[in-house]
Design a binder for this molecule. Structure first.
Ligand code: GRG
Length: 313
């Protein structure tokens, strides 16, 4: 089998066979297609929704994001051997919550960004009030998408509870508050990890957990998926910090150098570029170890882990 060494802009090298790459990219395209179709559908509103709100939502929701979190939901269901209607609904719901968090994070009161997914941010294109409201609408609608699933009430309630927890004050929102408060402060790696486990990691973990729950996975499988998500989320964040420092604005579809501009605590600032790369690679190895119990069905999750490490956008 041919082996291609992927060498990206931040310098990771991992062996990935060309046939692995083809299979992963086909699988990712297929998942993206399914998720995009459902997102376009759920973001088509009837009477009552002002045109400007619908436009603002569709502007960012249907823009070319990587769709990593919905992929994780579907790959987790596949790893457990069964994709259900709750899997697809959960995939859309996590992407809607992630998108709301991006809209709000880009606001002048937070990161004040002008470019996202290669497009003007929502507040730049539609005004600040509409951006706040588009985020609010996506957050609410995410839960509606799951609540409308034709599945057992127990499963639906469990998914909604897990998602509210992950998006709530002790996870996503709490992590964001601490991240903003840590700007221009002297911190350490433990503090940084605690911020990112909530700000970035919680949504990765819940995506995997929902995929497992939707598939009717066993507790041990869901725990393994959760731990895989914890390691993957941190590695993703480290790569994000490296890309902010060394990546390319056009390729990323968002401005680079923002972390330094905002005096953010980052992994490269605390551990150096080499130390950060080593830690990210180590986390990916640990993530993949969690998948041992699944065998072949978890192959896409293994490959996605290396994709996260090697990504350049
Ligand atoms: C506003 C409650 C609230 C939370 C904001 C998402 C977030 C939390 C902040 C975004 C800023 C940032 C750089 C976070 C770290 C990593 C991250 C979540 C990057 C964006 O995710 P990608 O790269 O984006 O998966 P796409 O556009 O591909 O979906």
């Amino acid at each position: 089998m041919m082996c291609a060494h992927v060498d990206n802009s931040i310098g990771f090298e991992f062996p990935m066979t060309t046939s692995d790459e083809v299979a992963l990219s086909q699988y990712m395209r297929q998942v993206r297609h399914e998720v995009d179709e459902l997102l376009a559908n759920v973001a088509t509103y009837g009477e009552g929704c002002p045109r400007v709100l619908e436009d603002a939502i569709r502007h960012i929701l249907l823009a070319p994001g990587k769709r990593l979190r919905p992929m994780l939901v579907l790959m987790a269901s596949d790893a457990c051997g069964h994709r259900s209607n709750v899997s697809l609904a959960s995939a859309c719901a996590v992407e809607m919550i992630h998108t709301y968090s991006l809209i709000h994070d880009d606001l002048p009161a937070m990161d004040d960004d002008e470019l996202r997914r290669g497009l003007p941010t929502v507040h730049v294109a539609y005004g600040e009030a509409n951006a706040i409201l588009a985020g609010d609408a996506l957050l609410a609608q995410a839960f509606e998408v799951i609540a409308r699933c034709d599945a057992s009430p127990e499963k639906v309630v469990r998914c909604i509870r897990e998602l509210t927890e992950a998006a709530g004050p002790c996870q996503l929102v709490g992590g964001q508050v601490d991240d903003l408060q840590a700007e221009n402060s002297v911190g350490n790696v433990e503090q940084l990890q605690r911020i990112h486990e909530r700000k970035t990691g919680a949504m990765f973990r819940v995506a995997l957990r929902l995929g497992g729950i939707a598939a009717g996975g066993e507790d041990e499988q869901i725990t393994r998926l959760d731990t895989y998500g914890r390691h993957l989320g941190l590695a993703f964040q480290i790569v994000d910090d490296l890309l902010d420092e060394q990546g390319d604005t056009e390729q990323l579809g968002k401005q680079t150098g923002k972390d330094t501009e905002h005096g953010k605590l980052t992994y490269p600032a605390l551990m150096g570029v080499e130390g950060s790369r080593d830690l990210a690679a180590d986390l990916i190895r640990q993530a993949c170890q969690q998948l041992d119990i699944f065998g072949e069905t978890a192959e896409p999750l293994r490959q996605l882990a290396y994709f996260v490490l090697e990504r350049n956008n």
